[in-house]
Design a protein around this ligand. Structure first.
Ligand code: F0G
Length: 415
């Protein structure tokens, strides 16, 4: 072990600062800057890592906690259900179909609760426990609530989730109920639910674990660290992600900058965000070349996970995209469903609609010529197909109804 690794492995020194005005934020229960109202972020002290190499972390298995020196919570006190360590599939059939040289799919559906949210939640709930929080809560389009409910159970903390009524996919709703969260179905959309959850947090009635909490993106950085390990630090040209509340693309950006800071990479992937046509404030801002976005009042898409009109981290996402020479665009619901099917039928990989937006975006951007044919591309597929069985059933061929009889079976199979 190199000098400094021992300290680095317990908890990296860090502080919470305002992303907008840069001031230190000492109150651990606020989610915006007390001085300017800006967004918060965690500033990591990465000095102990500077003499190290990625391989120095390889004694730990691939997973979020391999990267403990980059995380702002105590490894020894972590609340973990073995998150991360998800496959990176090389999807040659898909690459051929889309017309690019090399395409990989980072399959976040393999996380404990079936989405990438577990990466942020292991860190967020560990921090909540350190703070002694008695009740944790979040608003969610489904995955965040499923993940928080599971980690709150593991930590022994009461959990409340605020969901947009009628717009949460069945698998996700079932998970939140199953893990014992208090499930509050709000007569409104995600943005409305988040407003109410934030209000409860401001009144200190719950500890908020939406991604506006700066500890959540810290855990989500690990998807980028894993991709780099899995590609043996041969930095891909582009990483494509679906964008909803817009924290994940920011987390990936932050991870890229941190790897650059410790000298482990010298090239930066173009971060590319994909939104559904009916819920696209970030993509529209990118098209208009602005640093801020206009919220949308009535977001709508089959990809309910990213049915968000007022993304909390929208400005951070735009910075991530501009700074890396990336791109943002929209895809239609039909393109999302087609991409979801293509992943299933060509690669045997099942993802939920929002996740398929990244692949639909890859296809569209290749057709537009934004992605060159020689690019090496990684699509992050954020959630498991089983999260939303209803959409799959609606968009698949009907089942064959069959009498309990061998001749009837033969008629169907052999014609
Ligand atoms: N993909 C899936 C499957 C998601 O659940 C989400 C967000 C995203 C992509 C977008 O990530 O918000 O960081 O830009 N789901 C949140 C939730 C909003 O409540 O589960 P983002």
């Amino acid at each position: 072990m190199g000098h400094g690794l021992q300290e680095a492995l317990t908890m990296a020194a860090h502080k919470v600062i305002c992303w907008d005005c840069g001031c230190d934020v000492d109150d651990p229960f606020v989610n915006t800057c007390p001085k300017c109202g800006g967004l918060l972020t965690v500033k990591m002290d990465l000095e102990p890592l500077k003499g190290m190499r990625p391989e120095d972390l390889h004694k730990a298995p691939l997973g979020v906690w391999r990267y403990a020196p980059f995380l702002p919570v105590d490894f020894d006190k972590r609340v973990s259900i073995q998150e991360g360590g998800t496959p990176l599939y090389r999807t040659d059939a898909l690459a051929k179909e889309i017309g690019i040289k090399e395409l990989h799919v980072k399959y976040e559906g393999a996380n404990p609760t079936g989405s990438f949210k577990d990466r942020g939640m292991t860190v967020g709930v560990s921090h909540a426990k350190e703070l002694g929080a008695k009740v944790v809560g979040c608003a969610s389009t489904g995955n965040t609530s499923a993940s928080l409910a599971a980690y709150a159970s593991k930590a022994g903390i009461t959990c409340a989730v605020f969901l947009p009524s009628g717009k949460v996919a069945a698998g996700k709703l079932a998970q939140a109920m199953f893990f014992g969260a208090k499930v509050i179905s709000i007569d409104g959309n995600f943005d409305d639910a988040l407003r109410l959850a934030r209000r409860m947090a401001e009144e200190r009635k719950l500890y908020l674990l939406n991604s506006i909490n700066p500890y959540r993106p810290e855990g989500q950085k690990s998807v980028l660290f894993e991709i780099m390990d899995q590609l043996k630090y041969d930095v891909p040209d582009r990483i494509i992600l679906p964008v909803g509340n817009a924290a994940n693309i920011w987390a990936v950006y932050k991870a890229v900058k941190e790897l650059q800071e410790v000298g482990w990479i010298d090239k930066i992937p173009m971060l590319t965000g994909i939104q559904a046509e009916g819920a696209a404030p970030v993509a529209k801002a990118f098209a208009a070349k602005t640093k801020d976005f206009d919220p949308e009042n009535n977001p709508e898409t089959v990809a309910t996970a990213i049915r968000i009109g007022n993304p909390v981290s929208g400005r951070k996402a735009l910075k991530a995209i501009y700074d890396t020479g990336g791109y943002a665009t929209t895809v239609t619901d039909a393109e999302i469903i087609a991409a979801q099917k293509m992943l299933g039928r060509k690669e045997g990989v099942g993802v939920e609609p929002a996740s398929a937006a990244s692949v639909a975006g890859a296809k569209k951007l290749r057709e537009m010529g934004v992605i060159g044919k020689d690019e090496r591309v990684v699509c992050i597929c954020t959630g498991n197909a089983l999260k939303d069985p209803d959409t799959i059933i609606q968009n698949s061929d009907p089942v064959f109804k069959c009498a309990n009889d061998i001749e009837a079976v033969k008629k169907i199979l052999l014609g």
